[in-house]
Design a protein around this ligand. Structure first.
Ligand SMILES: O=C(O)c1cc(=O)[nH]c(=O)n1[C@@H]1O[C@H](COP(=O)(O)O)[C@@H](O)[C@H]1O
Length: 278
């Protein structure tokens, strides 16, 4: 089954468009897991147990796993999420010259989707696009303050670069496996990109810790994905720190059940908040 069909099913079943970002910053893993064999995996397993009912998808960011133990923790995490039937989108923001990017694309053997960087052009993305049925989310207008430095630059045609990226993604989407990453902190751009590409599902990060607009994320992030039978619009709104570290603000952050219960509550709260606008 293609990534977005599977995602549509998952959204329908969980009634949720929440992407739970698995960004287990080693400095914030609670003390009571410090002696675990792989603390990041121990942490993620408990986060998955606490949140999976509300998760349309998990989005581990590769930056938090790029060492020997980290890669093991990531493999365990992906397998565990698969066991709960939750798709995994690896946030790797990859792409390179053909020979290198072919190797990068190998990761799609064991994750369901990936984020990619369009800066090096079509050939740098081709090996990802060639993986039939895998989701490929192209960075379009990012949520960070510096997102405007290059992405808003006007081309000779008068259109800003991020709009050209959206138009190209539409061309690259011949098989219906392409999504776009558009941040919740840039609501005008979200609306504009949605107008340009009505059928492409978005990954919208930036709600929660970055203070982005959840209502706009839902209003513009979801698309009536034409290749799916499920009766839902498809897209993802991601929160990472706002969910996985919610336990730090709980009444008993040193108590495992209370700590992870807070993550489950945060995921459920975000799901309900988003559903008010779906
Ligand atoms: O590609 C992404 O997911 C991404 C794009 C973007 O524009 N902004 C953005 O925050 N992200 C990622 O989304 C996650 C946001 O984390 P929180 O700010 O903790 O919710 C991080 O993993 C970021 O790397």
């Amino acid at each position: 089954m293609r990534f977005f069909e599977r995602l549509a099913d998952r959204i329908e079943r969980t009634d949720s468009v929440v992407s739970v970002g698995l960004d287990p910053d080693p400095d914030r893993i609670p003390e009571f897991l410090a002696d675990a064999d792989l603390p990041r995996w121990a942490f993620n397993r408990r986060i998955i147990d606490a949140t999976h009912e509300h998760a349309a998808c998990y989005k581990p960011n590769a930056a938090f796993y790029e060492d020997a133990d980290g890669w093991r923790a990531l493999r365990e995490t992906v397998a565990y999420a698969a066991g709960k039937d939750v798709p995994v989108l690896l946030d790797a923001k990859r792409a390179d010259i053909g020979n290198t990017t072919r190797q990068y694309a190998e990761v799609l053997d064991w994750v369901d989707a990936i984020t990619v960087n369009p800066y090096m052009g079509r050939d740098s993305l081709q090996p990802f696009l060639d993986r039939e049925g895998k989701g490929v989310f192209v960075l379009c207008r990012t949520s960070n303050p510096g997102g405007s430095d290059l992405q808003d630059l006007e081309l000779d045609s008068g259109e800003p670069l991020y709009q050209r990226v959206a138009a190209l993604a539409d061309v690259w989407n011949a098989d219906g496996d392409v999504g776009l990453v558009v941040g919740a902190t840039t609501t005008e751009e979200l609306a504009t990109v949605r107008e340009l590409v009505p059928e492409i599902p978005f990954l919208v990060p930036g709600v929660g810790a970055q203070g982005g607009d959840a209502e706009a994320a839902v209003e513009h992030g979801l698309a009536a994905y034409p290749h799916s039978d499920a009766d839902v619009s498809v897209g993802l709104v991601n929160s990472s720190r706002g969910i996985i570290f919610a336990g730090e603000e709980s009444s008993r952050p040193d108590d495992e059940a209370t700590y992870f219960g807070a993550a489950g509550d945060a995921a459920k709260r975000l799901k309900k908040r988003l559903n008010r606008h779906r």
